[in-house]
Design a protein around this ligand. Structure first.
Ligand code: SF4
Length: 452
């Protein structure tokens, strides 16, 4: 029986087309009815080769595992050792990815900062500038310099602990951001010096450069403003990763951030999310090879983002050569994204009706673009944003980040490592031919690496 056929129709002989299934028919008919493309939030929904397709070879006779309760496993992570006189020192390689004030409320930004500070990691601004809430709550704050320059100013550059120049984002490499008018409240509008209530499209490329040589100039400007103290990160959406990473390293970046196509967004065209960019698994391999080709391993650090959800994902990214990871969607889910209820005081209040009004349900929601987030995470609505309390949100997020860190050290110990950064590609094998080829690791049970 075709499992996708509803039970009420299962007595009929129905054969669904693989090429024109109900999703495709719905897409065509919606396009025909409206003449518009779909805009939505979060990341790619289709199955892509990913970290789930890799497994670790734990220690046994040939390797010696660490005893979890007695032997330490370090997670200390230092970013920006190449030129910055004050590199970023973190207690964990798990950082919080850039997400804008506008996409998120100020209360959420505060929760992110509190949780990051509690676990000893960094959080990151986004399009639209730095809020006082996130600066005050974050011990280590990375300040993004984006193509739009909305809310960007030299005072905030100096108040930051590191600067991240954003070239692109994994959910939409080559495209700019979107913030629909319903999320542009007076404070968001004032920070961006744009009118309230009007749709905003962010630029897809920086206004003052036409190529990589201009990136050199921009990096030097930012170094001068910050007295060469602060690390300069360069973030790219994963496409031609090998070339992009080499160009960014040549331009003088201290840290490279590579965001794969599983990365999320607050709003962009679905066609972008699902069809532009390459999976994170393929991107991390190319980025590491580019850094190795330039003999810069250990001098330039690599942060990987795009669909990192679990401690296992973190461990696999690090084993493949990343120095740290950045998480966006997982962080939002820890705060309550896609939960059936939100907290009001100590009480759980059902949000099901509000999901239904958006035409969705918990577990399926990607409606961040609407500004009507049923759990108060991606909204600027004065009533809805109260559904996320910064204190309880920070507590949940702290728990999530701590859990990932514990899972990471559990795996590292099982592989016999006293430091999570000692995880290596040799600790991994792949479960599928695709993953073996993309990650450049052997297919499990063989010594065969596709292409070698
Ligand atoms: S629950 Fe809120 S944050 Fe999560 S996808 Fe829906 S609108 Fe976005």
């Amino acid at each position: 029986m075709n499992e996708r056929i509803p039970p009420a129709l299962s007595h009929l002989s129905l054969e669904e087309s693989a090429g024109y299934d109900r999703h495709v028919i719905d897409y065509i008919q919606r396009a025909a009815a409206t003449g518009l493309y779909e805009i939505r939030g979060l990341g790619a929904k289709r199955r892509l080769p990913g970290f789930d397709d890799l497994v670790f070879l734990g220690a046994s006779l040939s390797r010696y595992p660490l005893e979890g309760y007695r032997e330490k496993c370090s997670t200390k992570t230092v970013l920006g050792t190449r030129f910055a006189t004050r590199p970023v020192e973190l207690a964990t390689p798990i950082t919080i990815a850039g997400m804008s004030f506008g996409a998120l409320s100020a209360r959420v930004k505060e929760a992110l900062g509190r949780a990051a500070t509690a676990v000893g990691t960094s959080t990151t601004t986004g399009d639209g500038g730095m809020t006082s809430e996130e600066r005050e709550s974050s011990k280590t704050l990375v300040y993004q310099c984006l193509p739009s320059r909305y809310g960007f100013n030299p005072d905030d550059v100096r108040r930051a602990d590191a600067i991240e120049i954003v070239i692109g984002q994994g959910a939409k490499p080559g495209g700019g951001g979107m913030l629909l008018g319903q999320k542009v409240n007076p404070r968001v509008a004032q920070m961006r010096t744009l009118p309230a209530g009007v749709d905003q499209r962010s630029a897809s490329r920086h206004p003052d450069w036409t190529g990589p040589d201009d990136l050199v100039i921009k990096i030097n400007e930012l170094r001068e403003i910050t007295d060469w103290e602060k690390p300069i990160y360069v973030k790219v959406g994963a496409t031609r990763v090998n070339h992009d990473v080499k160009l960014a390293v040549h331009a003088g970046a201290d840290v490279i951030v590579v965001d794969g196509m599983q990365g999320g967004t607050a709003a962009t065209q679905t066609v972008f999310i699902e069809h532009v960019g390459i999976p994170t698994l393929a991107a991390v391999r190319q980025a590491v090879e580019a850094i190795d080709d330039l003999n810069m391993r250990g001098k330039v650090q690599l942060i990987v983002s795009g669909g990192i959800r679990t401690g296992a994902d973190v461990a696999k990214a690090i084993a493949m050569g990343a120095d740290a990871v950045a998480i966006g969607q997982g962080v939002l889910m820890a705060l309550g994204c896609n939960s059936a209820s939100y907290l009001s005081g100590d009480k759980h209040v059902s949000a099901l009706d509000d999901y239904a009004k958006l035409g969705t349900a918990p577990g399926f929601c990607h409606h961040c673009h609407t500004g009507k987030c049923p759990v108060g995470v991606t909204t600027q609505d004065a009533v809805l944003e109260q559904r996320l309390d910064p204190t309880s949100g920070a507590k949940r997020l702290t728990n999530y980040l701590k859990t990932l860190n514990m899972e990471l050290t559990t795996i590292a110990r099982a592989c016999g490592k006293q430091n999570v950064h000692h995880l290596e590609r040799e600790d991994l094998v792949a479960l599928t031919v695709e993953a073996a080829a993309m990650a450049n690791v052997p297919l499990a049970g063989t010594s065969w690496v596709p292409g070698k």
